[in-house]
Ligand binder design. Structure first.
Ligand SMILES: CC(C)(COP(=O)(O)OP(=O)(O)OC[C@H]1O[C@@H](n2cnc3c(N)ncnc32)[C@H](O)[C@@H]1OP(=O)(O)O)[C@@H](O)C(=O)NCCC(=O)NCCS
Length: 213
């Protein structure tokens, strides 16, 4: 069992060789294309947005990731997004440790609050000192010439979940190979599809949180 001192937190821009392992860690939790993932986290600088990595000190493995943005219209506030700890390392204190490093990072920059939203990790964030608050917006700066929709994460600490595509509306004017006698009335339109049933799970309500640093 490795001890906490065997790990350290680094800014991604100082270890560009770890971009791909970090992208894989995130994709394990929230699958998307590897290139889009790398693009979405590669813009990292100390004065935000920054991508922080929790790595083993032998620098062989990325076991945690978190990204911090500035908050729009609030010069002293940071916003957490995409916090993840490797599945085999959870419930060992690393999530807390990475969040403390994220908070210390923005505090050094003069920030006084950290914000985030979650739909399923309420207990974790309350355990590490966050209290319910109102929503805020992230400042996102597009540095790419071509921005894909994959770059447009929501501002949640969780990642956006793909919505099911809407059913195409039936087109009663579609021509078919079967000729229809002109004397017959047109066939009635098909019945509308049944409503999509989204299971309601109690702990998946999105809430916003704040911590005063
Ligand atoms: C959420 C996550 C980052 C937490 O990291 P972690 O390393 O497992 O958390 P820690 O071990 O540091 O836990 C800190 C405290 O929260 C508690 N905690 C963590 N997860 C918990 C859970 N699911 N239920 C209840 N308590 C939990 C721990 O018991 C601990 O409490 P303690 O310090 O009082 O003993 C991790 O579970 C993860 O990566 N989840 C998948 C991705 C995700 O959901 N990210 C957050 C998006 S908002």
């Amino acid at each position: 069992m490795q001890m906490a001192d065997d790990y350290e937190v680094l800014e991604l821009q100082f270890r560009p060789d770890l971009l791909e392992p970090a992208a894989h860690l995130l994709n394990e939790q929230w699958p998307r294309s590897l290139e889009a993932r790398k693009h979405s986290i590669s813009d990292s600088k100390t004065d935000l947005p920054v991508s922080l990595l929790l790595i083993t000190k032998d620098k062989e493995r990325v076991i945690g990731f978190v990204r911090i943005f500035k908050v729009a219209n609030r010069s002293n506030a940071g916003l957490i997004e995409s916090l993840v700890i490797s599945p085999d390392m959870r419930r060992c204190g690393f999530g807390r440790r990475l969040m403390e490093a994220a908070e210390a990072h923005v505090k050094r920059l003069g920030y006084t609050t950290m914000h985030l939203s979650t739909n399923d990790q309420h207990i974790f964030y309350k355990r590490i000192g966050y209290i319910e608050s109102t929503s805020v917006n992230a400042v996102r700066k597009c540095t790419a010439i071509h921005q894909t929709s994959d770059d447009e994460d929501d501002s949640s600490c969780n990642e956006a979940i793909d919505e099911p595509l809407p059913e195409p509306s039936p087109n009663v004017n579609d021509s078919t190979d079967t000729p229809i006698a002109t004397s017959l009335p047109p066939p009635p339109p098909p019945p509308p599809p049944p409503p999509l049933l989204v299971p309601k799970i109690d702990d998946t309500v999105t809430k916003w949180y704040i911590k005063h640093l």
